[in-house]
Write a protein that binds this ligand. Sequence first.
Ligand code: PLP
Length: 369
Amino acid sequence: MNSPVFVTQSALPKEETYLEYVRQIFQSHGLTNNGVFCQRLERELEAFLGVRNLSVCSNGTLALQLAIKMLGINGKKVITTPFTYVATVTALMWENCEPIFADIDPQTLCLDPARVESILLEQPDIGGIMPVHVYGNACDVQSFADISQKYGVPVVYDAAHAFGSRLNGKSLLSFGDAATCSFHATKLFHTVEGGCIVTSNTERLDKLNLLRAFGHIGDNYSCPGINAKLSELHAAMGLSLLPDAPDNLRQRARLASLYDEALNINGNPALKRPVLAKGLQWNHAYYPVLFATSDLLLTVIDELHRQDIHPRRYFHPSLTELPYLPRQSCPVAEDAASRVLCLPFWADMPDATALRVAQIVNSTTAGFA
Ligand SMILES: *Cc1c(COP(=O)(O)O)cnc(C)c1O
């Protein structure tokens, strides 16, 4: 009997590596409040990613909220994508922003700049744009930079999936007025719970660090902040896992090729993969496939469930269908959401598991032409 297979399995560092950090924490009694491990993690992440002005925080949702506050777009209309995890939109709503959905590009599944521009032309009161580098694929960053300049509207990237993805050699976290990442346990690199914000200048970084820690330094109270600090225990997890990141990325690339081959991805009429942006060195954060029809997708899910395999419908439903928002229409996102599936995928997944999943997908879709 095979044990259950989930869409991912959280990475763990060598136990001894983490415990050594914990011993140091026990000795110093330094548990939180921007401690030494937190600061060291920031420097090591900047070096690994090749970015500047990186600030860690307690999760990827608060990272988005801090970025919104930092740029002063809270309370405004913000254009975003409906093809993402719900946190992109709830973060906007907690900052009193009104999410305006623009449709996605049918190839990359990222926010379509042409749709964004037509909304900007119709609605002059848009305060910001929040595209998502979905699955670690790259948005059309050049078009968004042009649009941002032309209309004077800041761009915040939700780069929750983009750790380790590079576009023409540059980390995806380096684009936009700000970019945020999630270090949740299910993400490629994690601190159990955690996240970060990368900003384009050091003044913003100072503001961000104030916002992250109650908005005051000592007796000097400058703005209404929140508590979004990362604890030393969480930072230690990040420091323990970061040395494994290059290997993690390599393993993912290798496993993705294994899946591609086993699924005959280039010649299979039943399914295809999202198209990667030109110049992207992908992190393979997920293994998404688009089935030809939603019926086919549902049949495959049923069969995988029967064998105790649990893929996830990232991202379904399209957020245009959220019951707590006015209905907006984005047919491309709605169609993609109805047909997309993320197959089980993580860096140490055994080859045999990938081959077993692929074999079930193949046998279930065999009649489709
Ligand atoms: C995971 C995720 C978030 C939220 O990050 P948390 O660290 O879980 O709060 C935001 N946006 C996207 C696209 C995500 O996948």
